[in-house]
Each structure stands twice: as C-alpha cells, then as structure tokens.
Design a protein around this ligand. Structure first.
Ligand code: SF4
Length: 389
C-alpha cells in the first residue's frame, strides 16, 4: 500500500513536468501491474498537454524493394529466400508504376523497406542490383527515392543498419529515416533468443546508427518491439536508451511501440503476442518517460482495440496505406482511413494526415524537400485537407 502511495505522489510530480528516474519508472511499472489507472490518467494528461486532440497518420505506399536479408530474426515473415513465392525485387519500372498509383490515391509517403544488406549473402541480390545498374542496395535506394520524389511522394527509408555515408546520401531525398531499436538488451541476441542469428539487431550497432543519424541531423523514427522475450524492465531500459540518444541530438521524431504477432512460418510461431494490458502499460510508460515525444502504435496490429490506446497516451497511427499491404505483418490489413477517422472522433480526437516528417522536425529537412512539402501543407505543416479530400 505504501508503495502505491509513493507511486501516486511520483505520478503527480510527473504532471508538473518532471521525468522519472529509471528506478522510479520501475516502481511505477510495478504499481501499474496491480492497478494501471493512475498511470493512464497521467499519460493521458501529458498527451493532452503536449499533443492536444490531434492524432496523426501518414498516407503511405509500402515499397517492398527487396526482401532478401543477410540476417534471420526468429519472428520475421517479411524475409524471403530465393525462389519463394513471397520474394519481392522491385524494378525501376515497378517503382514508377506504384508511385503513380500512390499519387492518384493522394498518398504522400513512399516507405522503402529492404532486408539487411541482401547483397552480402545472395548472388540473386547482386545480380538484380547489377541488372538495375547498382552495386549496393543503398545505392538503389537513393535512386528509388529520387523516382518517388519526382513522382510527388516523400521518401522515408527503413533499410536496417545504414552507414553514415549512406544516410548522408539518402538525406538528400528522404525527409526522414527509420530504424527500430527493438530492444537495448543484448540478452535477446543470446542462444535461443529472437536475435541470435541477427547481428544487425545487436543494440550497440543499432544505437550507433541512431547516433550517426543524430550527427547528420536526420529526423529519425525508431521504436520497440514488444513481446519478443524481453522483460518489462528491459523495455523500460530501452525507452531510456532512446531518450539518451534523443537528449544528445534532438532528432528522434517518433517512438513506435509494436506488439509482436506470431507468424506461422517462423520459429516463434508458438510464442504468444503480448497481453494487451502489458502492451498498454508500456505505451503509457513511454509517454511519462518521453512526455513530448510522438508515440505511435500500428492500428492494424490491434484491430479490435486500437482506439483504446488513445487513453494510454499515443498520438499517431504511423503509416496507413490505402493501396499496399503491410508486408511485415501481411495477415493484418490496414483499417480503412475513414473508419480510423470515425473511431478517433468518437474518442474525442481529430485525425489528420502528416508527412513522413513531423511538423516540428521540418527545420532538419533540406530546403528543396521542405519547399515541396509546403506546396501541399497547411499552416500547421500537416498535409492540407484539400490535398487529401
Ligand atoms: S526483421 Fe529485418 S533484419 Fe530481421 S530477418 Fe527480417 S528483414 Fe532481416
């Protein structure tokens, strides 16, 4: 009982703008396991204070550029092997066609996703790159981004651990980049754990990439994968790891909390997805540790209950595509944008379309890209209502 009182007092201090220490956060989490209502009240309060009643999403086209991957994560169904039906290797013509379709649907984001350096492992990837005139996936990404930009979409690339030089090149055409930290615990790379065969998921390697992006002043999306064998304390530590990087460079534009969903064709097929209470508590913890951050959950991964996460403190749904599937979670279709709009409204919020870079991070984007976005932006630097229609 006394611990609960301690936590309540602490939560009251957070309302006044104080960020909890890690030990305090552990205590708040433990109390919330018994009764999360106080925590949700505070996370909602902080959300309202810093984000008002607007909830955003990005109207995107998902370009599954190449899904061969040098690594193997135990939960991943995105990765393909040569010869499998799900393999994707988009040609320049494929990209151009998809850009045109996206433009007709008033999309604004071109999300480019690839596996981790496929050319290091697969002859097929090297041959495909050569055929298209490139020697690396990163080189092709630069070109693909140019095609998207020329066609009226704004690129956001998520291609694993890019080098600093590769990111510097991509910054010319991409308004932001993405790299999930997933978790900062090295334990998840140990034997029989989710990242045992994925050296690129080593947290030190990921943190280095996020720091390099900070030095390059690139708006970065990152986040955590919840339910892959971590402890709640490792997740809390991971939130603090992101915070430390952001405090240093002020470039993390968004933290995604993604709930693991088991895939039948993976070694983790029998692992359960995280319980909703656990997931929601971690979402609320992220809000109190990061009061001003943009916090996102993907609505398609909580299809029946996504709008209830508004009361845990989120303010964004991430990319939603009216035309392409979620290739990382292909069994979970995106909700209809009109339905999300209604659900937000019924919960007291207004849905607005944003660019793949949040308004407050426009100053980090190069002038040409900024001017192009401003052509279809409103005064709040969100996509104008007239453009979406
Ligand atoms: S999650 Fe990413 S790094 Fe891991 S196997 Fe899949 S594509 Fe590769």
């Amino acid at each position: 009982m006394s611990e609960l009182i301690l936590s309540s007092e602490l939560l009251n201090r957070l309302i006044d703008g104080r960020v909890p220490s890690k030990d305090e956060a552990y205590q708040i989490y433990q109390d919330a396991e018994r009764d999360p209502s106080e925590l949700y009240k505070v996370s909602q309060f902080l959300r309202s204070k810093h984000k008002g009643t607007i909830v955003t999403y990005s109207r995107k086209v998902f370009f599954n550029l190449i899904n061969l991957c040098r690594d193997t994560c135990s939960y991943c169904t995105y990765k393909s092997e040569p010869g499998q039906a799900k393999i994707s290797m988009l040609s320049k013509k494929d990209i151009t066609e998809l850009v045109n379709i996206g433009k007709n649907y008033n999309c604004t984001e071109a999300l480019f996703v690839t596996g981790e350096r496929p050319e290091q492992k697969y002859q097929e990837a090297r041959a495909w790159l050569k055929e298209n005139g490139f020697s690396s996936t990163a080189e092709y990404l630069v070109h693909a981004s140019e095609i998207a930009l020329k066609g009226g979409l704004f690129p956001h690339t998520n291609a694993g651990n890019l080098t600093k030089d590769e990111m510097r090149e991509l910054k010319k055409t991409n308004v932001s980049l993405g790299l999930m930290l997933e978790n900062s615990s090295e334990r998840l790379s140990e034997k029989n754990m989710a990242h045992q065969f994925a050296p690129s998921k080593n947290p030190k390697a990921r943190i280095k990439v996020l720091q390099n992006a900070g030095e390059l002043k690139i708006p970065m999306t990152t986040g955590l994968l919840v339910g892959i064998g971590e402890s709640p304390f490792e997740l809390i530590d991971s939130i603090y790891s992101i915070k430390e990087i952001h405090d240093q460079h002020q470039h993390i534009q968004e933290v995604i909390l993604q709930n693991f969903q088991p895939k039948q064709d993976t070694p983790m097929r029998d692992s359960p997805s995280p319980q909703e209470k656990y997931f929601k508590t971690l979402v609320a913890m992220t809000r109190i540790i990061f009061p001003k951050m943009n916090i996102q959950i993907p609505p398609n991964l909580s299809p029946k209950s996504y709008s209830s996460f508004l009361s845990a403190g989120i303010n964004d749904w991430g990319g939603i595509s009216p035309i392409t599937r979620d290739h990382v979670n292909p069994e979970f279709p995106w909700p209809q944008i009109e339905d999300v709009k209604k659900d937000c409204f019924n919960s007291g919020f207004h849905l607005r379309a944003r660019f793949p870079v949040y308004p407050e991070f426009f100053p980090l984007v190069n002038s040409d890209l900024k001017l192009k976005m401003l052509e279809i932006a409103d005064t709040e630097k969100l996509v104008s209502k007239e453009y979406i229609k």
